[in-house]
Write a protein that binds this ligand. Structure first.
Ligand SMILES: [Fe+2]
Length: 371
């Protein structure tokens, strides 16, 4: 934010030629590179140095990329991680996301421009996360100091604390604005997303209300539904906007979006409760979903509700490459997949309010057209 220090990047790959070409592609002012030929060496470097970004290969001797990223978890680093994959098999990608919280995947051989823009974007996002943390920590410290110094001046402490709290809210506001601008960027990339998120939100809220959930919970579900797919901003356009079926590799990358959504929202403490809902919105009731393969009621209720709303909206929307299913057929599909894909209770409530659902769809459509 105020001062720009150099960006430190750790490159981990057992092939010297890859390290060399990464350095050539990414060299620039104010960038310092560290090199390691496997995960163990990478860990040793991290013992002594702070880095902003790690770019790691997957298959390496001694300690592979997944193990490496997994062992970083206990270190509580805010470092962003990019994984290189020679072939992007679903298991590798899912493992990497679950175990290592990877920001992006780049499939080898990469395109230099794409690699540069992925890295620039990662460093930029990392910088804003770091700035945010820095401000937050310094406010916390200031608060503590003040309590000690003014132990007799309760009034002024209270006053200061309220200013600090206000400042903290402002920081959260700033980050919230950047999340909203991400949502807007996503909508700009694909206008369908806007209608999709709005309708999924309406359906999810209607189901939650009919279930008689507490107002706070309905509010969380509403927020989660609005932001559930925000991680798609992290998926490259060739996949995200592809008109037609995805290859297994592309699908695996696409499926990282729910974890990316959660990662984007993580710094916002006021959204704490919605992060598990967002993260798990593609789990299936039978445990065959992603990212964690959670089953039944282990899946957060909000995520089970959004799963029904999300699928219904996707089936009944026209996309450039396929026509919408008739509403009746979509209802039958949802009903057929109760117990397997969906929570039967959420399905039952959804079918119960089907008349309202149609009204909500049309209202929303009118509103979007009016804009
Ligand atoms: Fe999604």
């Amino acid at each position: 934010m105020e001062h720009r220090t150099e960006d430190k990047i750790l490159l981990v790959d057992d092939e010297p030629s890859i390290i060399h070409s990464l350095k050539r592609t990414l060299r620039g002012n104010g960038r310092k590179f560290f090199e390691a030929s496997n995960g163990k060496e990478g860990l040793r470097i991290l013992d002594d140095h702070y880095v902003d970004l790690i770019i790691t290969d997957c298959k390496m001797p001694e300690m592979d990329g997944i193990e490496f990223l997994e062992s970083l978890r206990s270190r509580d680093l805010d470092t962003f991680k990019i994984m290189l994959t020679a072939f992007s098999d679903r298991l590798t990608v899912i493992n990497a996301v679950n175990k290592g919280e990877v920001y992006r995947f780049v499939v080898k051989p990469w395109n230099s421009d794409e690699m540069r823009s992925v890295v620039n974007e990662a460093l930029e996002k990392h910088r804003s996360v770091k700035d945010f943390k820095h401000l937050f920590d310094s406010h916390q410290k200031q608060n503590k100091l003040l309590i000690v110094e003014n132990s007799n001046l309760e009034e002024s402490v209270k006053k200061y604390l309220s200013i600090a709290q206000e400042k903290e809210l402002q920081i959260q506001d700033t980050y919230w604005e950047s999340v909203q601008s991400l949502a807007e960027a996503l909508e700009a990339r694909d206008p369908y997303t806007r209608r999709h998120s709005e309708l999924v939100t309406r359906y999810s809220v209607a189901i939650a209300q009919k279930m008689g959930l507490a107002t706070n919970m309905v509010k969380d579900i509403r927020q989660a539904a609005l932001l559930h797919d925000i991680g798609k901003i992290g998926i490259r356009e060739s996949i995200f906007l592809k008109e037609g079926p995805l290859t297994p590799e592309e699908r695996a990358i696409m499926e990282t979006h729910s974890a990316i959504s959660a990662q984007i929202l993580k710094p916002l403490r006021f959204l704490e409760k919605i992060i598990p809902i967002v993260y798990h919105h593609h789990e299936r009731y039978d445990g065959k979903g992603y990212p964690d393969g959670l089953k039944g009621e282990d899946i957060p209720l909000g995520a089970r509700i959004i799963a029904v709303a999300d699928t219904f909206e996707a089936m009944t929307a026209d996309r450039p490459y396929r026509k919408a299913l008739p509403v009746d057929v979509a209802y039958q599909e949802i009903e057929k997949n109760a117990e397997t894909q969906f929570d039967p209770k959420a399905v039952a409530v959804f079918l119960e309010i089907s008349k309202d659902i149609e009204g909500l769809t049309n209202d929303k459509w009118k509103m979007i057209n009016d804009k």
